[in-house]
Each structure stands twice: as C-alpha cells, then as structure tokens.
Ligand binder design. Sequence first.
Ligand code: PMV
Length: 361
Amino acid sequence: MLHKEFVPETSENLPKNGKVTWQSPSNIALVKYWGKKENQIPANPSVSFTLSNCHSTTSFQYQRTESATLEFDFYFEGVKKDDFKPKIQKFFERIRDYSPYLQSYKLEIHSENSFPHSSGIASSASGMSALALCVMSLEKAIFPAMSLEYFNRKASFLARLGSGSASRSIEGPLVEWGKHADFEESSDLFGINYPHELHEVFKTYKDTILLVDKGQKTVSSTLGHDLMHGNPFAEARFKQANSNLAKLIPILQSGDLPAFIEIVESEALSLHAVMLSSIPYFILMKPNTLEIIQRIWEFRRETGVPVCFTLDAGANVHVLYPQHSENEVLELIKNELVAYCENGHYICDEIGSGARRIDNG
Ligand code: PMV
C-alpha cells in the first residue's frame, strides 16, 4: 500500500551535487516492539528513551547522473564495505516510491558509530535513522518550503522502512511509535514525540550499558520478529504491550519510580520470554546477564536506590536510573557489575534530544 502523504511531487529542481551529515542516536525501548506485519508495521506500539552518547554519524555526498538508476558506495569507518551494501540497497528499494529523486543520483555514504562496532549494540536504529535524515535533507534541498514537522515525520517514516526501532531515533527525549488509543496522533507508520506530560525525573534519566557479550547476535531481530507469527503467546504479548503503554502515561507524569521499574523490567523479561517460547526457541541472555539482574534486585532491596534494568534483543544489560542516584549506581557498577562485562567494558549514556545535522546546513 502506497502512503500518498509521503510521495513527493515530481520536480525539475534537482540540485547537481551536495553533501550533508547527520548524527543520529540509538534508543532504548521501555515498552518493546517485537513482532511485525508486512511492510514494517509493528504488531504492537512501543515507546523509548532517545539516547545521547551512542550515535551514528553519516555523511551523504550526492552527485546528479544521467543514468536514472541509483548508484552508491558505502564506507564504514573510512573503509569501503561492499558487504554492507545489500542491507542499504534493500532500504533504498523500500523507499523508492517515497524518494524517487534518488534514482537521479550517485551517492557516497560514509558512516561511523560512537560505540565500538563489536559491542553487541545494534547500530540499525542510529544508522538507519541517520541515513533517512540524509535522504530527507536532499529532499528538502529539492522542496525548500517543506515544514520541519513534515521533515521529521517523513524521516521517521523512511527510517522505519530500514529498521522498525529506527523510527524512534529522530527526536527525543521520548518517542512513541505505533497506533494506540491513548496517543491521538500515533501511527504505525512513524514515531511521534511523546505527547503527554513528563515528570522532571525522567528528563535527565541515565542509561549505563553493560557489555556482557560483544559478539554478533545468534538470532537476528528480523528472524526474531518473524518467529512471533507462530508464537502461542503472541496475542497476549501484544495485548500486554498495549496495556503497559497505557499504564506508563500516569507513571511518567507523576514520577512514580517503583511503578516505572515494574513495567520496564517486566517488558524486558516478556520480550525474552517470547524468545524462549518461539519455535525454534532461542536464548539471547547469557549467564552474566542473569547475574547482573540478580545483583540489581538485591542492591535495590538493600539500599532502596531506584535502579532497574532493561534488555534489548541481546545479552547486554541497560541499567536505568535517575540522575540523583548516579553516584550510588556508578559505585555498584564499578565495584561489582563490571566483573560481569566482557573485558570490563560498559558505556555511560543518558536520555537525549534526538538527531542533529552537523554540517552547518
Ligand atoms: O528495529 P529492530 O527490527 O531491530 O527491532 C528491535 C526490537 C527491540 O530492540 C528488541 C525492541 C525495541 O522496541 O527496540
């Protein structure tokens, strides 16, 4: 199905060449997206904190050609990477109807991440959102009257076609993606800035990512999403995510941290529970993931410090806590949790405000 609002008019006004660079962050979901329908439509809505320090920087040089077929070269950290091209090619094919002007260009794309490539941190959210933003900057050069609202909305729409969670990496500090009755403007097609009141405590929230396993994931998220189709608990899981999203609204407004913790941790464990119950079943957590979870629970019981965890589709643990608990939590991490991290590595991050263009454009 073609979404007409994102199909541009034809234009003769194609710039000859240019270059644009975007820095786009990763995000961490509080209510998880896992399971999708055709064309990257999520099976349930989700909401995430936009991160700040974990980001991709992508520059995009465009040169008009006469060939009428998009050509591109891709460089990762300065090295030409032909093995990354099929994924990007697929993205360009998916967005073809929405960005037809790309067919008139040859592109040189350079990308790098602020986090180590082999850190087990998925770069698809930051990488695909950065690329979508570069495409939108070219579109804006063709249609200069475009509003900022449309720019961001379409960037999220395009990013979603690259990787679902990338739709939540354009803006910040919180982004909701997927149709939900309590979010009037929400859509399965793009993420929206969290529209409800947000308590001060969440505006400076911290996320320290403990790198338990830096290896490549054994099951890709594409396959993981797909396995939800035969999962006996799928419908219950989608219902739970919808209900958790509704429950979060008053919690995010009041700053009720115990209630926040319960939903966030339950979401992480439910995500992994549906992995355990897929056919074929799989486990992405490692023994050290569980050691860390146990230790966080003990610490919280002993000290009352409102620290909690969440997980992505991997073994790494995101430790979430308010800024006012930073000293205690960093002590816990340095004194104890670091022992469960591969080579003692972890990344300190915090809630961020979204992507930014960094080439003075
Ligand atoms: O964007 P994808 O297809 O890589 O899916 C990511 C799914 C999770 O990270 C596990 C959850 C989420 O909502 O980000």
